[in-house]
Design a protein around this ligand. Structure first.
Ligand code: A2P
Length: 286
């Protein structure tokens, strides 16, 4: 966090699920205390985990995060997945046979609870993540909708460019935040490693060589130029720095097209362990 703040990052993508909101909050408070930052300089995204979907639990979940972060408000708060699990503080509720315990989803009811929390000032903006078009439409078409989702955070990178979902979101003023913008890691317990590693791609590397950049920087620059917000992750200070150095070059239209042509329409993060959930989002075309 300290390295990232010093380099210039101000947008931080977090979640109660990541079990580090206390550390994230502490790092930010320290930077505020030493005069580097004001709270309003930071844009923090938090997430509603799947065991807190019932409307009466939403405020409590936000308050949990606020307490850990020691924040008065969260900038952006999103429904982490459209999949509701058995409500409670057990993050991955399972039966004795190890089968996940699901809960009927009522995305509109959860959304209304988020609207109330926004009106109460606990969160400034609200959005969703891993929603497909049908699930977005459920919210958008809800009678009495007060706020549209500000963002839909989904996997997005040159091998999965989300053309149709992007077009749909653009037409509704919903910003796409692209997770795994570098093609995530190669941990086969949750990553589809049948897809080659994005950063080894010859086209990305050829374009990178032209600008004396890396394939990671080209992948990030590509998204920024198509108005997709990127949230690259790294534990390595040198890479954290590198991933920020993408504002001193631009890709030509031709290069943007070449990179778009790399699209394979396959995800690294399929969430297959929840594919039997009635709201599993990735069976639809988009
Ligand atoms: P590490 O944390 O060891 O630096 P994504 O953001 O798509 O989920 O990708 C995260 C993965 O990409 C992490 O494994 C991270 O490794 C690696 N990574 C982050 N930045 C770079 C970079 N500039 N070059 C190569 N790999 C990177």
């Amino acid at each position: 966090m300290n390295v990232a703040i010093d380099v210039g990052y101000r947008h931080f993508d977090g979640a109660l699920l990541y079990s580090n909101e206390d550390q994230v909050g502490k790092a930010i408070q320290e930077k505020i205390a030493d005069g580097t930052l004001r709270r309003e300089d930071i844009y923090y995204c938090g997430k509603l985990w799947s065991t807190y979907h019932p409307p009466e639990m939403v405020r409590r979940a936000i308050e949990k995060s606020l307490k850990l972060l020691k924040f008065d408000y969260i900038d952006l708060y999103i429904i982490e997945m459209p999949l509701a699990f058995k409500p409670g503080d057990v993050i991955y509720p399972k039966d004795e046979d190890g089968k996940f315990l699901y809960h009927p989803s009522d995305l509109c009811a959860t959304w209304e609870a988020l609207e109330v929390c926004k009106d109460a000032g606990l969160v400034k903006s609200i959005g969703v993540s891993n929603f497909n078009r049908r699930q977005l439409e459920q919210i958008l078409n809800k009678p009495g909708l007060k706020y549209k989702p500000a963002v839909n955070q989904v996997e997005c990178h040159p091998y999965f460019i989300q053309l149709k979902l992007k077009e749909f979101c653009d037409s509704h003023g919903i910003v796409i935040v692209g997770y795994s913008p570098l093609g995530t890691c190669r941990d086969s317990t949750w990553v589809n490693t049948k897809i080659p590693a994005l950063l080894d791609d010859p086209v990305l590397n050829a374009v990178a060589a032209k600008y004396k950049k890396t394939s990671a920087q080209v992948a990030l620059r590509y998204q920024v130029q198509r108005n997709i917000v990127v949230i690259p992750k790294s534990f390595t200070p040198e890479r954290i720095k590198q991933n920020f150095e993408i504002f001193d070059f631009s890709l030509t239209d031709e290069e943007m097209k070449m990179i778009s042509a790399l699209n394979r329409n396959e995800r690294y993060v399929e969430l297959l362990m929840w594919s039997d959930h009635p709201e599993y989002p990735f069976n639809d075309e988009y």
